[in-house]
Design a protein around this ligand. Sequence first.
Ligand code: FMN
Length: 387
Amino acid sequence: MAIVKRRDLDYVVITLLVGSSIYVFITGLIADAMGLHHFGFHSQVGYLWVALAVTHLIQTWARVKAFVRNRFRERSDKIFPTQKLTQPLETVKPTEQSTSSQPFTLPHKGRRNLLLFILAIATGIGFERFVTPQKSIGPGEANQDIGLLYHRWSQPGYGETIATILNWGQQPALYKTYPNSQIIELPSVELSDPSSITTLDLATTITQRRSRRRYNTQSRLSLKQLSQLLFLAQGITWDEREFRTVPSSGALYPLEIYPVVHRVDGLEPGLYHHAVEKHQLELVKAGDLRQPLIKAGLNQDFLGEAQVCFVVSGIFQRTRWKYHERTYRYVLMEAGHLGQNLYLAATALGLGVCGIGAFFDDPLNELLGIDGEDEAALYLVTVGEVT
Ligand SMILES: Cc1cc2nc3c(=O)[nH]c(=O)nc-3n(C[C@H](O)[C@H](O)[C@H](O)COP(=O)(O)O)c2cc1C
């Protein structure tokens, strides 16, 4: 049953090999550039590539064997010149299977090779389907903890990653600014001499850290203390490029800090924004915001008793354009890092501090003037002198 000539089939295999090599190379570059450690569209074609390579080797096996044998004989002739070839080179013919003009009829061995080939592809698909976690929500899962579903859904390495690549959108600006606001310069922080900020050593600071909720409602923070707190929270610490005191996935820095000032020397009470690039404050809204803040914070009175409450928000697109479904995880992790920076900075400066996660989102976002979607409040941290 002559269907395809062996050589024709080999051309098809070689063409597919070259095509899949280019594809694997390009998707490998994409996966590397975007940190997609398991990239379905890359690995599946990788398996196909291996299958094609094995097929190619099987088809040309007779020629490969003859080539290797000839080479070996040439070498052994040089090493042992007296030894005679038992068979002249020209007479080493490819076996019947390699005869190019011979029609390919899928003999017994051929069928086994085809089976191997299909098995290789099936392994690739099987790995993708069963070994990597799946995103779809199965029946009965819709009532589960949505956080758990998100956690599973946001695991990396899905084949459809490439399909959503066009929806990842643009990278937004790294800095948020309030162009028409009143600007307050913050006292600069001496980067070259960190001991000018605090002399408390790290281990003591960590072990002394505690959440404190009883603040002295009479005392005030100095502008210098506020400047130090903001700088240590996420100030810019140049290296070979911009880095900050806080770690950030891809150094994309999605977080903003809004100090709600109750009692700080030289500042009228109100909502401020930390313009991190120039280490300045921008006055967003002047006024006594203690009551709306306490209300948004589930009536936790100490929110209005501390000298300042830092509201940390996240601009998700800053991370999303690169990390897509991992974004929410990363932004929350980073808010935790920043919160810990504030905890340690306040402790080292001899101030009380408390992180607050319990708040009503809508009123808090409204207070900040953000929409809660593109940018949302994530964490509150009160700081002040304690009683
Ligand atoms: C994410 C997070 C959210 C928190 N939310 C609140 C809160 O809403 N109100 C509060 O009084 N304390 C809050 N805390 C502080 C914890 O109650 C405190 O860390 C815990 O009691 C351990 O005490 P310690 O921080 O002094 O070691 C929060 C802490 C974290 C890390």
